[in-house]
Design a protein around this ligand. Structure first.
Ligand code: NAP
Length: 323
């Protein structure tokens, strides 16, 4: 079965996604949509889409489109996500699925109402190194996990026009990159019983840096993320019998190291393309078997992730003007 994709928002990540889509057999980029017809036409030509729309509504009404990949700023995921699904299209929505728990619930409700597939594009969940490390943790290779240490930093010069620094677009480090370390801890240890966090905010309220302790019954995670510096970007999971270290940048790891009594063994696991290929395959598999959600990254997983973000926001008074 051929899956025909549409893309909404012809920005930075949409371009990388389209490159990866071309690598996955049985999936084609059928249509693209931008707020500008010229931009859609250029993007469509570069990525060999059959149709290029100059608004987002028309692509949702195109009968030939099976699934839409939504790659717009965080603040717009709910509005456009509802439009996609209310037009009967399946949806792969960029992270975060929406900006708060209420919005994520609304998207999930709408997916169920329209009987369409919905998944947050949490691509790291499908990264081969992360999958192998998780499998090995689950069979006890490093014993009981006691400590996770992961960060996500990159240096971005302040630009008031960029979505990352714009509170109206739900900018800031938490929803853009902070959810990756939270995700790592969540997939290994589940929901914490307590969250302790501290953020540094920009004068317009957007978070520049946050550090978090996730407290579990028998373990702790220490996570940090921010926009003003680089970091080593390792994802380290320590158990009573050894450790796994996901290589830099761990959320798109190309391998991992297994550490036991200070002996290090390297495992190379290069991704196909940038690594978006795996979430594309997950969507295609679900659609062709008429499943409405992924087993690996379910609606409940997206809800749990945004619930942690909501708690961190409330602890640090991170507010978006439109809420
Ligand atoms: N999975 C990953 O590795 C990854 C990496 C980076 C970002 N992301 C996620 O992908 C989404 C987009 O990020 P990006 O870096 O691709 O952003 P971007 O380069 O700014 O692109 C976003 C696109 O959204 C559209 N858009 C609609 N309303 C907009 C508005 N009010 N202001 C600005 N743009 C608007 C624009 O497309 P048109 O002009 O064509 O309409 C724009 O090009 C975010 O949810 C982000 O968290 C994911």
């Amino acid at each position: 079965m051929e899956i025909r994709w549409g893309i909404i928002g012809c920005g930075n990540i949409a371009s990388k996604f389209a490159n990866d889509l071309a690598l996955v057999e049985g999936n084609t980029l059928y249509a693209v949509a931008s707020r500008s017809q010229d931009k859609a036409a250029l993007f469509g030509e570069k990525h060999r889409a059959k149709k290029a729309y100059g608004n987002y509504e028309a692509i949702c009404k195109d009968d030939k489109v099976d699934i839409i990949y939504l790659a717009t700023p965080h603040s717009s995921h709910m509005e456009y996500g509802l439009m996609v699904m209310n037009n009967g299209k399946h949806l792969l929505c960029e992270k975060p699925l929406a900006v708060n728990t209420a919005q994520v619930n609304e998207l999930i409700y709408t997916a169920k109402k329209n009987q369409v597939f919905l998944m947050e594009a949490l691509w790291s969940r499908f990264n081969p190194s992360i999958i192998e490390v998780l499998d090995r943790i689950n069979i006890g290779d490093i014993g009981d996990v006691k400590y996770i240490n992961a960060d996500f930093y990159f240096k971005k010069e302040f630009d008031p026009n960029h979505r990352l620094f714009n509170p109206n677009l739900a900018g800031g480090s938490l929803l853009d990159i902070g959810l990756y370390p939270l995700f790592l801890s969540y997939i290994v240890l589940g929901m914490p019983k307590e969250i302790i966090s501290k953020s540094r905010l920009q004068s317009n309220g957007v978070d520049l840096q946050t550090s978090v302790i996730l407290e579990y019954e028998n373990a702790q995670s220490i996570l940090s993320f921010g926009l003003e510096t680089q970091s080593n970007m390792l994802g380290c999971i320590h158990g009573t019998l050894g450790s796994f270290e996901l290589h830099d940048r761990w959320h798109e790891a190309q391998g991992y190291t297994e550490i036991n009594e200070r002996v290090r063994v390297n495992h190379s696991k290069p991704t196909r393309g940038y690594g978006y290929t795996y979430e594309i395959m997950e969507c295609a598999k679900a659609i062709s078997t008429e499943k409405l959600l992924s087993d690996k990254w379910s609606h409940q997983d997206s809800l749990n992730l945004i619930k942690m973000c909501d708690i961190i926001r409330s602890q640090n008074d991170i507010k978006y003007p439109f809420e």
